[in-house]
Write a new protein. Structure first.
Length: 297
Protein backbone atom coordinates (compact mmCIF):
# COMPACT_ATOMS: atom_id res chain seq x y z
CA UNK A 1 0.00 0.00 0.00
CA UNK A 2 1.37 3.37 -1.03
CA UNK A 3 1.94 5.95 1.73
CA UNK A 4 -0.07 9.01 0.61
CA UNK A 5 1.67 11.37 3.01
CA UNK A 6 5.14 10.25 1.96
CA UNK A 7 4.47 10.62 -1.76
CA UNK A 8 2.86 14.03 -1.16
CA UNK A 9 6.06 15.14 0.57
CA UNK A 10 8.19 13.76 -2.27
CA UNK A 11 6.07 15.58 -4.85
CA UNK A 12 6.41 18.82 -2.87
CA UNK A 13 10.21 18.54 -3.05
CA UNK A 14 10.28 18.14 -6.84
CA UNK A 15 10.91 21.86 -7.34
CA UNK A 16 14.18 21.70 -5.40
CA UNK A 17 17.19 23.24 -7.17
CA UNK A 18 19.48 20.38 -6.12
CA UNK A 19 19.33 18.20 -9.25
CA UNK A 20 20.98 15.22 -7.54
CA UNK A 21 18.36 15.30 -4.80
CA UNK A 22 15.57 15.61 -7.38
CA UNK A 23 16.90 12.55 -9.24
CA UNK A 24 16.78 10.56 -5.99
CA UNK A 25 13.22 11.76 -5.34
CA UNK A 26 12.15 10.84 -8.87
CA UNK A 27 13.71 7.40 -8.47
CA UNK A 28 11.82 6.88 -5.22
CA UNK A 29 8.52 7.92 -6.80
CA UNK A 30 9.10 5.67 -9.81
CA UNK A 31 9.75 2.75 -7.44
CA UNK A 32 6.11 2.96 -6.33
CA UNK A 33 5.10 1.86 -9.81
CA UNK A 34 1.58 2.17 -11.18
CA UNK A 35 0.11 3.05 -7.76
CA UNK A 36 1.86 6.42 -7.86
CA UNK A 37 0.07 7.57 -11.03
CA UNK A 38 -3.16 8.86 -9.42
CA UNK A 39 -1.16 10.98 -6.95
CA UNK A 40 1.06 12.39 -9.71
CA UNK A 41 -1.86 13.16 -12.02
CA UNK A 42 -3.84 14.84 -9.24
CA UNK A 43 -0.82 16.95 -8.28
CA UNK A 44 -0.22 17.91 -11.92
CA UNK A 45 -3.78 19.21 -12.21
CA UNK A 46 -3.49 21.46 -9.16
CA UNK A 47 0.15 22.52 -9.17
CA UNK A 48 1.01 26.03 -10.39
CA UNK A 49 4.77 25.74 -9.87
CA UNK A 50 6.25 25.49 -13.40
CA UNK A 51 9.36 23.46 -12.56
CA UNK A 52 7.48 20.99 -10.36
CA UNK A 53 4.76 20.61 -12.99
CA UNK A 54 7.37 19.88 -15.64
CA UNK A 55 8.93 17.19 -13.47
CA UNK A 56 5.53 15.75 -12.58
CA UNK A 57 4.64 15.39 -16.25
CA UNK A 58 8.00 13.73 -16.90
CA UNK A 59 7.35 11.22 -14.11
CA UNK A 60 3.82 10.50 -15.35
CA UNK A 61 5.04 9.71 -18.86
CA UNK A 62 7.98 7.65 -17.61
CA UNK A 63 5.75 5.60 -15.32
CA UNK A 64 3.22 4.94 -18.06
CA UNK A 65 5.87 3.97 -20.57
CA UNK A 66 7.92 1.81 -18.19
CA UNK A 67 4.95 -0.10 -16.79
CA UNK A 68 3.23 -0.58 -20.14
CA UNK A 69 6.42 -1.91 -21.73
CA UNK A 70 7.02 -4.18 -18.73
CA UNK A 71 3.51 -5.60 -18.91
CA UNK A 72 3.61 -6.02 -22.69
CA UNK A 73 6.91 -7.88 -22.44
CA UNK A 74 5.45 -10.11 -19.75
CA UNK A 75 2.43 -10.79 -21.97
CA UNK A 76 4.71 -11.52 -24.93
CA UNK A 77 6.73 -14.01 -22.89
CA UNK A 78 3.92 -15.74 -20.98
CA UNK A 79 0.43 -15.21 -22.40
CA UNK A 80 0.36 -14.43 -26.12
CA UNK A 81 -2.78 -16.50 -26.64
CA UNK A 82 -4.77 -13.80 -24.82
CA UNK A 83 -4.97 -10.92 -27.29
CA UNK A 84 -7.43 -8.96 -25.18
CA UNK A 85 -4.95 -8.77 -22.28
CA UNK A 86 -2.40 -7.04 -24.52
CA UNK A 87 -4.98 -4.59 -25.85
CA UNK A 88 -6.00 -3.64 -22.32
CA UNK A 89 -2.33 -2.87 -21.62
CA UNK A 90 -2.12 -0.72 -24.77
CA UNK A 91 -5.31 1.04 -23.65
CA UNK A 92 -3.39 2.49 -20.69
CA UNK A 93 -1.32 4.67 -23.04
CA UNK A 94 -4.30 7.01 -23.19
CA UNK A 95 -6.62 5.68 -20.49
CA UNK A 96 -4.55 4.56 -17.46
CA UNK A 97 -7.63 3.70 -15.41
CA UNK A 98 -9.49 1.72 -18.05
CA UNK A 99 -12.24 -0.52 -16.68
CA UNK A 100 -11.43 -3.96 -18.09
CA UNK A 101 -14.72 -5.42 -16.86
CA UNK A 102 -16.75 -2.85 -18.81
CA UNK A 103 -14.93 -3.85 -21.99
CA UNK A 104 -15.47 -7.55 -21.21
CA UNK A 105 -19.18 -6.91 -20.65
CA UNK A 106 -19.55 -5.13 -24.01
CA UNK A 107 -17.80 -7.98 -25.82
CA UNK A 108 -19.98 -10.52 -24.02
CA UNK A 109 -23.12 -8.63 -25.05
CA UNK A 110 -22.18 -8.82 -28.73
CA UNK A 111 -21.24 -12.47 -28.29
CA UNK A 112 -24.57 -13.30 -26.67
CA UNK A 113 -26.54 -11.51 -29.39
CA UNK A 114 -24.66 -13.47 -32.04
CA UNK A 115 -25.02 -16.78 -30.19
CA UNK A 116 -28.79 -16.31 -29.96
CA UNK A 117 -28.94 -16.05 -33.76
CA UNK A 118 -27.02 -19.26 -34.38
CA UNK A 119 -28.51 -22.60 -35.28
CA UNK A 120 -26.61 -25.89 -35.18
CA UNK A 121 -24.71 -27.23 -38.18
CA UNK A 122 -24.23 -23.92 -39.96
CA UNK A 123 -21.68 -23.83 -42.75
CA UNK A 124 -18.67 -21.56 -42.41
CA UNK A 125 -20.24 -18.97 -44.75
CA UNK A 126 -23.53 -19.10 -42.84
CA UNK A 127 -21.69 -18.51 -39.57
CA UNK A 128 -20.03 -15.40 -41.00
CA UNK A 129 -23.32 -14.19 -42.48
CA UNK A 130 -24.94 -14.33 -39.02
CA UNK A 131 -21.93 -12.71 -37.34
CA UNK A 132 -21.86 -9.95 -39.96
CA UNK A 133 -25.54 -9.24 -39.37
CA UNK A 134 -25.13 -8.94 -35.60
CA UNK A 135 -21.85 -7.02 -35.71
CA UNK A 136 -22.58 -4.56 -38.52
CA UNK A 137 -26.39 -4.31 -38.58
CA UNK A 138 -27.50 -4.89 -34.98
CA UNK A 139 -24.52 -3.27 -33.21
CA UNK A 140 -23.81 -0.92 -36.14
CA UNK A 141 -20.02 -1.12 -36.27
CA UNK A 142 -18.50 0.50 -39.34
CA UNK A 143 -15.21 1.67 -40.77
CA UNK A 144 -14.20 5.18 -39.74
CA UNK A 145 -13.81 6.71 -43.20
CA UNK A 146 -14.21 10.28 -41.94
CA UNK A 147 -11.26 10.04 -39.53
CA UNK A 148 -9.34 6.98 -40.69
CA UNK A 149 -6.13 7.90 -38.85
CA UNK A 150 -7.81 9.15 -35.66
CA UNK A 151 -6.12 8.19 -32.39
CA UNK A 152 -9.38 6.77 -30.97
CA UNK A 153 -9.38 4.08 -33.68
CA UNK A 154 -6.56 2.26 -31.90
CA UNK A 155 -8.22 2.00 -28.48
CA UNK A 156 -10.69 -0.80 -27.83
CA UNK A 157 -12.82 1.17 -25.37
CA UNK A 158 -13.33 4.05 -27.84
CA UNK A 159 -14.12 1.75 -30.76
CA UNK A 160 -16.69 -0.11 -28.64
CA UNK A 161 -18.23 3.23 -27.62
CA UNK A 162 -18.09 4.99 -30.99
CA UNK A 163 -18.88 1.89 -33.10
CA UNK A 164 -16.26 3.05 -35.61
CA UNK A 165 -12.66 2.04 -36.11
CA UNK A 166 -9.89 1.23 -38.55
CA UNK A 167 -9.44 -2.22 -40.17
CA UNK A 168 -7.22 -3.45 -37.31
CA UNK A 169 -9.45 -2.42 -34.40
CA UNK A 170 -12.65 -3.63 -36.10
CA UNK A 171 -10.91 -6.87 -37.05
CA UNK A 172 -9.69 -7.41 -33.50
CA UNK A 173 -13.16 -7.00 -31.98
CA UNK A 174 -14.75 -9.12 -34.70
CA UNK A 175 -12.23 -11.94 -34.19
CA UNK A 176 -12.55 -11.79 -30.39
CA UNK A 177 -16.31 -12.29 -30.74
CA UNK A 178 -15.87 -15.06 -33.31
CA UNK A 179 -13.37 -16.98 -31.18
CA UNK A 180 -15.69 -16.76 -28.17
CA UNK A 181 -18.23 -18.54 -30.36
CA UNK A 182 -15.63 -21.14 -31.36
CA UNK A 183 -15.54 -19.78 -34.90
CA UNK A 184 -11.93 -19.99 -36.18
CA UNK A 185 -11.46 -16.40 -37.35
CA UNK A 186 -8.03 -14.80 -36.87
CA UNK A 187 -6.00 -11.83 -38.06
CA UNK A 188 -4.14 -11.75 -41.38
CA UNK A 189 -1.32 -9.19 -41.48
CA UNK A 190 -1.88 -7.97 -45.02
CA UNK A 191 0.23 -4.91 -45.92
CA UNK A 192 -1.68 -1.60 -45.75
CA UNK A 193 -4.98 -3.31 -44.95
CA UNK A 194 -5.66 -5.71 -42.08
CA UNK A 195 -8.12 -8.51 -42.85
CA UNK A 196 -9.32 -11.70 -41.16
CA UNK A 197 -9.04 -15.33 -42.19
CA UNK A 198 -11.44 -18.22 -41.57
CA UNK A 199 -9.33 -21.29 -40.83
CA UNK A 200 -10.22 -24.84 -41.71
CA UNK A 201 -9.88 -26.47 -38.28
CA UNK A 202 -11.07 -30.05 -38.28
CA UNK A 203 -13.89 -30.87 -35.88
CA UNK A 204 -14.64 -27.31 -34.79
CA UNK A 205 -18.30 -26.50 -34.19
CA UNK A 206 -19.97 -23.42 -32.77
CA UNK A 207 -20.67 -23.38 -29.06
CA UNK A 208 -23.65 -25.39 -27.91
CA UNK A 209 -23.52 -23.70 -24.51
CA UNK A 210 -23.04 -19.97 -23.99
CA UNK A 211 -20.78 -20.51 -21.00
CA UNK A 212 -18.59 -23.13 -22.65
CA UNK A 213 -14.96 -22.11 -22.99
CA UNK A 214 -13.54 -21.91 -26.49
CA UNK A 215 -10.84 -24.47 -27.27
CA UNK A 216 -9.45 -22.57 -30.23
CA UNK A 217 -5.78 -21.69 -30.19
CA UNK A 218 -4.03 -19.27 -32.50
CA UNK A 219 -1.39 -21.84 -33.49
CA UNK A 220 -3.77 -24.62 -34.59
CA UNK A 221 -2.98 -26.12 -37.96
CA UNK A 222 -5.27 -25.37 -40.88
CA UNK A 223 -5.42 -23.47 -44.14
CA UNK A 224 -7.33 -20.24 -44.58
CA UNK A 225 -10.60 -21.08 -46.35
CA UNK A 226 -11.55 -17.48 -47.12
CA UNK A 227 -10.94 -13.92 -45.95
CA UNK A 228 -13.17 -11.32 -44.29
CA UNK A 229 -12.76 -7.56 -44.65
CA UNK A 230 -13.97 -6.00 -41.37
CA UNK A 231 -13.74 -2.47 -42.78
CA UNK A 232 -16.37 -3.15 -45.45
CA UNK A 233 -19.04 -4.84 -43.31
CA UNK A 234 -17.49 -8.29 -43.45
CA UNK A 235 -17.07 -8.61 -47.21
CA UNK A 236 -15.83 -12.11 -48.01
CA UNK A 237 -12.71 -12.39 -50.16
CA UNK A 238 -10.81 -15.31 -51.69
CA UNK A 239 -7.10 -15.85 -52.12
CA UNK A 240 -7.15 -14.37 -55.61
CA UNK A 241 -8.55 -11.12 -54.20
CA UNK A 242 -5.61 -10.93 -51.80
CA UNK A 243 -3.17 -11.65 -54.62
CA UNK A 244 -4.69 -8.91 -56.79
CA UNK A 245 -4.49 -6.44 -53.92
CA UNK A 246 -0.79 -7.18 -53.44
CA UNK A 247 -0.16 -6.81 -57.19
CA UNK A 248 -1.81 -3.38 -57.13
CA UNK A 249 0.59 -2.40 -54.35
CA UNK A 250 3.47 -3.90 -56.35
CA UNK A 251 4.29 -6.19 -53.40
CA UNK A 252 5.58 -9.72 -53.89
CA UNK A 253 2.81 -12.18 -52.85
CA UNK A 254 4.73 -13.69 -49.93
CA UNK A 255 2.94 -16.66 -48.30
CA UNK A 256 2.99 -14.82 -44.94
CA UNK A 257 0.44 -12.36 -46.32
CA UNK A 258 -2.05 -15.16 -46.93
CA UNK A 259 -1.84 -16.93 -43.57
CA UNK A 260 -2.89 -16.27 -40.00
CA UNK A 261 -0.58 -13.95 -38.08
CA UNK A 262 0.38 -14.07 -34.41
CA UNK A 263 -1.19 -11.95 -31.70
CA UNK A 264 2.21 -10.30 -31.20
CA UNK A 265 2.17 -9.12 -34.82
CA UNK A 266 -1.31 -7.69 -34.28
CA UNK A 267 -0.22 -5.77 -31.19
CA UNK A 268 2.81 -4.39 -33.04
CA UNK A 269 0.53 -3.25 -35.85
CA UNK A 270 -1.76 -1.51 -33.35
CA UNK A 271 1.25 0.32 -31.90
CA UNK A 272 2.54 1.34 -35.34
CA UNK A 273 -0.89 2.72 -36.24
CA UNK A 274 -1.07 4.54 -32.93
CA UNK A 275 2.37 6.13 -33.33
CA UNK A 276 1.37 7.31 -36.82
CA UNK A 277 -1.96 8.68 -35.54
CA UNK A 278 -0.28 10.63 -32.75
CA UNK A 279 2.12 12.05 -35.34
CA UNK A 280 -0.78 13.12 -37.58
CA UNK A 281 -2.37 14.77 -34.53
CA UNK A 282 0.90 16.73 -33.92
CA UNK A 283 1.42 14.94 -30.61
CA UNK A 284 5.09 14.18 -31.14
CA UNK A 285 5.73 13.33 -27.49
CA UNK A 286 3.15 10.54 -27.51
CA UNK A 287 4.29 9.41 -30.96
CA UNK A 288 7.89 9.03 -29.76
CA UNK A 289 6.70 7.28 -26.61
CA UNK A 290 4.78 4.66 -28.59
CA UNK A 291 7.64 4.16 -31.06
CA UNK A 292 9.95 3.57 -28.10
CA UNK A 293 7.53 0.97 -26.72
CA UNK A 294 7.42 -0.73 -30.11
CA UNK A 295 11.23 -0.84 -30.30
CA UNK A 296 11.45 -2.40 -26.84
CA UNK A 297 8.72 -4.91 -27.61
Amino acid sequence: MIDAKEIANLIYLLDDTDTELVEQIQGKILSYGYDALPFLEEAAMDDGEVLRLERLNFLIQELKKTLIVRDLKNWRDTNQDNLLEALLIVERIEFPHVDAQTIQNKLDKIRLDAWLEFKYDLTSFEQIKVLNYVFFKVHKFKGNEDNYHGVDNSFLSKVLDNKTGNPVSLGIIYSLIAQRLNIPVYGVNLPQHFVLGYKSVEGVQILKSFNEESSLLNDEKGEVMFYINPFTEGLILNGESIRSFLEQLKIEPDPKYFGICSNLEIVKRVLRNLAFSYGKAKNEKKSRMVKNMLDQL
